[in-house]
Write a protein that binds this ligand. Structure first.
Ligand SMILES: [Zn+2]
Length: 480
């Protein structure tokens, strides 16, 4: 396949793809500032050829933090939190039309700013005709209505409910709040419709995404088999790196790599420190990094202390989110060689809530970007979808304008240039550290033909940073 008249690193070129690779890039024809003239490569009568008409041809985007199965499942439920749903009447109207899946109504992304604390009484008032469960956007809590409580047998004493998982009122009845019990919940819920990775793969391709890192801690052999099948059948065209449990290290192939061992840290319930060190060493023993979920400063400090104590650092360790990161931690992060993978989209999606609810001393430390790049820390971006929206362009825009959904400014001193924002989603973590004013990454002969073609030159696309400019996407040389 030949892509003619594409803008590659600021110059018009013809790019040929074969066997999943970029096999040639023509000599410069002309700088991109007027309408492209005839291409320098002789025409060949191939229907596959594309005239890029001067649009930028970029390396495909890599979402470095996503949860595919949860995202596919979330499309069956409905959103209950900002920015889609911001107050009680909006929540009522979403719920009034919600349709069940496998007998349950299921909402996600709830936050207290919508309608305060939820319990079974509040949920019964919203819907009492079907079992209803709504997930808090932190992912650690579910709210269920009375029919849901009955269906899960939360008031029965012989049901194997994990200790502390079910909150009870003064009379000992379940309040409707369930904490950190997803594994157990799965055993109680009807098998839901298998996640449709094909719809998701197509949606992500529409954003120009050609590679993904799935950061789900529970990924094991079963999930890997599903990913592999989805890739083999073409349902999931993207290259995938899957994090997960220990002991899955031998499953890598060209399209599916095994990534770091994911460790969730939760400040109110931090794990035993020695056990944590043992897990870090075990991951390193599998030649894998560890990726710590850290949203508070205490969680980052705990993770760094465990990495330091393990003394087995492998250069592939990551902190996910780093939502609150005070500068006194930078030196230790640099010295341990830990990468940061963060979510600028939360500035837009959740920023208004942060400005109201986060302690003012922590506001300047929220979802830093520029500070990391200036300190020389390796930085990447991911949407954390379904906890965030899966559109990396929205994340890039928030990285540049640092604006919340209602237009308030959040940490403007942490803003990146559009080119650095693009580099957050480059296949290589840390591409943001290369100072580049207006240059976008070029393409190399021999590199994988995972490409994103825009309908305009980069000089135009860099302002709106919108997925609307994605015109075509190639995964391993195949247009998807
Ligand atoms: Zn996540």
């Amino acid at each position: 396949m030949l892509i003619r008249n594409a803008e590659v690193a600021g110059l018009l070129r013809d790019v040929r793809l074969r066997d999943g690779k970029v096999v040639s890039i023509s000599a410069t024809s002309s700088p991109v500032n007027k309408a492209p003239s005839n291409s320098s490569t002789p025409a060949s009568p191939n229907d596959d050829d594309i005239d890029a008409r001067g649009g930028a041809l970029l390396p495909g985007l890599h979402d470095h933090h996503i949860h595919l199965h949860a995202l596919a499942a979330a499309t069956l439920g409905f959103r209950c939190g900002p920015p889609d749903v911001t107050d009680e009447s909006a929540l009522q109207s979403v719920l009034s039309t919600a349709k069940p899946d496998s007998g349950w109504l299921r909402g996600t992304g709830y936050f207290e700013s919508v309608a305060g604390d939820l319990d079974r009484h509040r949920l019964d008032a919203l819907r009492d005709d079907l079992p209803l469960r709504i997930q808090h956007r932190s992912g650690v809590m579910w709210f269920v209505n009375s029919l849901g409580i009955d269906s899960l047998k939360l008031n029965s004493h012989s049901s194997g409910i994990p200790a502390g998982a079910v909150e009870r009122d003064a009379s000992g009845r379940a309040s409707g709040r369930i904490f950190r019990a997803d594994d157990w919940l799965r055993t109680r819920l009807p098998a839901s419709t298998p996640p449709d990775l094909a719809t998701l793969g197509a949606e992500l391709a529409g954003y120009g995404v050609t590679a993904l890192t799935d950061c789900t801690p529970t990924n094991g052999e079963e999930e890997l088999a599903r990913f592999r099948l989805a890739q083999e059948t073409g349902a999931l065209p993207q290259r995938l790196c899957a994090m997960g449990t220990l002991g899955i290290a031998n499953a890598s192939n060209d399209r599916l790599q095994i990534g770091a061992h994911k460790i969730m840290l939760d400040e109110p319930a931090l794990p035993d420190f020695d056990d944590l060190i043992a897990r870090v060493r075990a991951a390193h023993g599998e030649s894998r990094g560890v990726a710590f979920h850290c949203v508070t400063r205490a969680e980052i400090i705990f993770a760094l202390a465990a990495l330091r104590a393990a003394e087995t650092g492998c250069g592939n360790d990551r902190i996910e989110h780093a939502s609150v990161a005070p500068p006194e931690l930078f030196e230790e992060i640099l010295s341990l060689g830990v990468s940061i993978v963060t979510q600028p989209n939360f500035v837009y999606e959740r920023g208004d809530g942060y400005l109201e609810n986060v302690a003012s001393r922590d506001i300047p430390h929220l979802y830093r970007l520029k500070s990391w790049t200036e300190a020389g820390v390796v930085l990447g971006g991911g949407t954390d979808s379904p906890f965030g929206r899966p559109d990396p362009w929205q994340a890039m825009r928030a990285a540049v304008d640092r604006q919340t959904a209602t237009g308030h400014s959040l940490g403007p001193e942490e803003a990146l240039s559009p080119e650095q924002a693009l580099a957050l989603f480059s296949p290589v973590l840390g591409a943001t550290n290369t100072p580049s004013e207006t240059k976008v990454p070029g393409l190399q002969v021999g590199s994988p033909a995972d490409l994103c073609l825009l309908d305009v030159p980069w000089s135009i696309a860099r302002e709106p940073l919108s997925a609307d400019h994605v015109r075509a996407v190639f995964c391993a040389g195949i247009r998807v």
